[in-house]
Design a protein around this ligand. Structure first.
Ligand code: GLU
Length: 323
């Protein structure tokens, strides 16, 4: 029996959902809370009032609203895609033993979270675990590692995803904290390629540009047993999907992941570029973009829009019905 009931899975039609999504854009329009990320100079310069919302169903049906074609830096959401790539290459057991699946309850770049666990990262969805995950990609060298990650991002988006030189330069020149994390991972024996190269590739994977529709296609692949509904290609083995979605539920919104699970109950992942991806298993995926962030690094309007749509549609993995 599927975790999402059949009635939930079938409970939307295109017109109804598009209207609900339009309403979410309108009701969040006046929300100017939060600020663009400023610790990466490029992100501070993105127009703060942009807002995009998109949905892709498991059948490839697409809804694309407002600024959903604006290309933004994918940032932390890249961690989900590289997690999937490594699961495909190494299997769930290897990944779990090396990187783990526990929420840290701490900021995404926390060194304390590492120190408290003998230098072992807890999850691929914070910086330490993500750098370790990048180092696990089976590759001949640094360039091969990067090209595999970039190609996988393109396959998941069913689009030609490219590195932004501007974002990458901005990040590479300010990522001393992440380099320190890579060296700490080396000192605890928890990194599996040359640490500075792993950090370099990690920084590049955060610096690619996606639009909101392309991001929703990534999520629709996760909602659809790993088969990308837009390209028809099987990109992730179905048995790996629950591991990815569990990691997203545990740590997808940094140290407010528990609050998000409590309110929304859907596996999601945010990035400091303002993107937010939410997977509704067996239904599809919602993606939102808006640059202003809460103090934890999550898009303020993105959360508001997705929460409103999910609650209006009755999409919550933890809902049950009377029997
Ligand atoms: N490149 C960013 C960093 O490592 C990603 C952070 C994020 O989106 O959580 O700081």
């Amino acid at each position: 029996m599927s975790f999402v009931s059949q009635s939930q899975a079938n409970s939307f039609n295109h017109e109804q959902l598009e209207k609900v999504m339009q309403q979410a854009l309108v009701s969040s329009a006046d929300n100017t809370d939060g600020e663009n990320a400023s610790y990466i100079p490029y992100l501070a310069s993105v127009p703060s009032d942009l807002a995009g919302l998109a949905f892709v169903s498991v059948h490839g049906d697409e809804i694309v609203l407002q600024d959903a074609d604006f290309k933004f830096a994918i940032e932390s959401i890249s961690k989900v895609m590289t997690l999937a790539l490594v699961l495909e290459q190494s299997g769930a057991e290897d990944l779990h033993s090396k990187v783990g699946a526990e929420p840290t309850g701490m900021p995404f770049n926390s060194v304390l979270a590492l120190e408290l666990h003998q230098g072992k990262p807890l999850t691929p969805l914070v910086n330490a675990g993500a750098i370790a995950t990048v180092s696990m990609v089976e590759a001949y060298n640094c360039e091969d590692r990067w090209q595999q990650i970039l190609a996988f991002q393109s396959q998941l988006a069913n689009s030609n995803i490219e590195l932004s030189q501007a974002v990458n330069q901005s990040e590479q020149s300010t990522n001393t904290h992440n380099r320190a994390i890579a060296l700490l991972l080396e000192s605890s024996g928890c990194i599996y390629s040359e640490p500075m190269q792993a950090c370099d590739v990690y920084t590049r994977q955060c610096s690619t540009l996606f639009n909101t529709l392309e991001l929703a296609r990534v999520g629709a692949t996760l909602a659809n047993g790993g088969l990308n509904p837009s390209s028809g290609k099987q990109l992730i083995q179905p048995e790996n999907i629950p591991h990815i979605l569990a990691e997203m539920m545990m740590e997808g919104l940094y140290d407010t992941s528990g609050d998000w699970a409590y309110d929304v109950g859907l596996p999601s992942k945010s990035g400091v570029g303002g993107g937010l991806l939410t997977v509704i298993p067996n239904v599809g995926a919602l993606a939102a973009f808006s640059p202003r962030l809460d103090p934890f690094g999550n898009s303020v309007r993105g959360q508001q829009m997705i929460k409103q749509v999910a609650q209006t549609m009755g999409w919550n993995l933890f809902s049950s019905q009377q029997h």
